[in-house]
Ligand binder design. Sequence first.
Ligand SMILES: Nc1ncnc2c1ncn2[C@@H]1O[C@H](COP(=O)(O)OP(=O)(O)OP(=O)(O)O)[C@@H](O)[C@H]1O
Length: 259
Amino acid sequence: MTENILETKELAVEFSPRGKKRVRALGGVSLSLSRGETLSVVGESGSGKSTLLRAAMALIPTSSGGVLLFGRDVSKLSPAELKALRRRCGYVPQDPYGAIPPALSAIEAVAEPYIIAGVKSSGEERRERAEKILYSLGLSGERILNARAAGLSGGQRQRVEIARALMLGPELLLCDEPTSMQDASTRGEIIDALAKRVKAGMSMLFVTHDLLLAAHASQKMIVLKDGKICERGAAREILSSPKHPYTRALIEALPKLKF
Ligand SMILES: Nc1ncnc2c1ncn2[C@@H]1O[C@H](COP(=O)(O)OP(=O)(O)OP(=O)(O)O)[C@@H](O)[C@H]1O
């Protein structure tokens, strides 16, 4: 039997900003992700992708429906139990600015989760592991490794964020537009590094507005429109023969190369 790492059931999230109209960000989303599998979440800006990631990690309250993380209903967990489950997850937030502690160098920032989680290790071991992960994402060299966040480009910060999320060897990686600031070849390098980990058993929920990237990075895909799934299935199949008019419109909007 396949083991579900993440499951959402009719998940709904509403925001009630003070003095403003209530926003229904997610309206009944059901999905499942098993071990060693990647699911891409695709949709336009405002379709609910980030909300889905944050709700999956129980970082925001849900209005109805539920989330099972590693088979446990997150609404029934104590803060300590939830913390323990979150430790098994890596989260790459959308905005790499501000997510990295400004006083730490890149290598220290990547090694920090080991210290926070209390993993017994020497400074040397932490550094070695952090360096290896950064290298797999195309970052190396003393100048980069010792730079603080302010001295790194947006794309480099994004890779430091991904490396931080990988430091504890997560069983589930949730990433929110993790390659939005990368050039094409670095993007490929990152996707390949993540794919290797998926092959080794990691599961990944991959948020992107880029359908081509989604098809490259994942086996399964869901397309979100106004907080609801309008299409789901095998990523490449959706790309080659989309069923929903919204997906078709997204594909038609992809830039066409002309020579
Ligand atoms: N904290 C919040 N308070 C109020 N409304 C919110 C909040 N977070 C998200 N929303 C609203 O929920 C809807 C979904 O937002 P979300 O950020 O999940 O979309 P998204 O698909 O990730 O967009 P993007 O691709 O631009 O990041 C939007 O209408 C957004 O304005």
